[in-house]
Each structure stands twice: as C-alpha cells, then as structure tokens.
Design a protein around this ligand. Sequence first.
Ligand code: PAF
Length: 275
Amino acid sequence: MQIHETIAGLRAARKAAGRVALVPTMGNLHAGHIALMQQARERADAVIATIFVNRLQFRPDEDFESYPRTFAADCEQLVAAGVDHLFAPDEAEMYPQPQTYHIEPPPEQANILDGAFRPGHFRGVATVVMKLLQIAQPDLALFGKKDYQQLMVIRNMVRDFNLPVEVGAGETVRAADGLALSSRNGYLSAAERAEAPRLYRVLVKLSAAVRGGVRDFARLEREAMAELDEHGWQTDYVALRKKLDLQSASAQDSGLVVLAAARLGSTRLIDNLEL
Ligand code: PAF
C-alpha cells in the first residue's frame, strides 16, 4: 500500500490507476470500515482509503482532540484488506489556510435529526467530502449506512453538483450483541458497553411494532425514548422517517427507517434500522 500525505502525490498515483473506489474515513478502523474496503476492492481496479480527522465537522465542545488516532494499526488493516493507496494528509495539507468556501446542505437535510443536535456538522462533512472527491476523482465513493443522514447529504450533494462519481453504501456491521460498530464505542466503560446494545434492541422492537401494523408512530417513538431514558441514557431522538429524504413519516408511508441518537455517560451513540 502506498501512503500519500500530499494532494500532489495522491493525484499522480490516481492518474495511473484505472477505475478507482474511494473510502473516506477518520481512521480508528473497525470491521465496518473494512467491509467498505472489501466492497471497494470488488468494484474497482484500485482502492484509495483516506484517513483524516476533519476538524470542520466537530463542534468546539466535541471530541476532535480526543478522537482515537490509531494510524499504525489502521495501516495494518488496510494492507490486509488489499487497499492500494492511503491518503493521510495533515491539517496543513487539507486546510493550508482557513477554509472560506463551504458546502451548505439545505436546512431540511442538515438541521434535522443529528444536525439539530450538532449544528454545522453536515456542513463540515459535506465540505471535506467535496474536497476529497475533487482530490481523488474516484469513480465510486463508499460510505457506511450507520451514518444514514450523512449518506443522504452526500448523495444529494453529488446529485446537485453533477459530480461524476457513483455513491455506494455499506451495511452497518454489528457486534454479536447487536451494537453497531463505531470508533466511539471505545469510549464506553465496561458497564456502559454492556448497556449499549439496548439502542439496537429498541430499534428492533420499534420496527417489529410497525411491521406488525402499529401506526401511531409518535407513541412508538416516545416509548422507545422512555425505555432508553429509564436505563440511564440521555436520548436525543428516536425518529421514524422516510428513507428517501428523512422527513417525517405518516401512517400511510412505506419505505421507512428508524434512527436514534442517545448518550450513555459522555459517549454519544447513533444507530438506525431500515424497515
Ligand atoms: O464518516 C466519517 O468517517 C466522516 O464523516 C467522513 C465521511 C470520513 C468525513 O470526514
């Protein structure tokens, strides 16, 4: 695997590659990321992974500084997954001067759900993803469904700007007890880790109720949040939405997804389940 720290280096390597798949990450790789690398490997001649902890998508009170940085272990996993190129720029390479132009996703996409609790987050994500797409010029870019709203924002950005790239998605990879794999799971204490799978169980229960014919979505959302709160979570939201645009769903709608975000101690976890 070739490691590129500069945009010029990556661009030179990209020219020589055929069909390229890009997998952007912030590192601290787990099996969910590796499944994306494997999908990339199957669908392209060359795979470019990126590792860059993007300050623009963190609020000042969030975990930018403490975000786990595990470069050597990440490289080992990427080599084992058959990744050809790793783009791992530092901040000076990505943002040599403060970023003055930004991608501003529309409020109905960016200010709902996670965006309501993390103002500016999707602006930061969209801006860095636009930069990574311009730098790597991939034919295919892959993102995990665990960040469901992020995936929607990126798909819509690519469509609206006519970017010549296909956006693909990878299914959420879960631990045996159902907890969605996430770099932030490492923040959990042993007791919190034991409690954490409840988030997924609550989503499974809610989806089973909808599939069983319950149509009072507001009640189901309230009950799910109450169950989490009763077990020590601070729940930001549990929301049944339309898959396509993540807008509120009414009783007649099909094509639904239930999304949740909640805090266990100081760790904020998100998850979702398509119905
Ligand atoms: O999902 C992530 O890891 C990040 O949001 C991404 C897409 C790499 C942008 O920094």
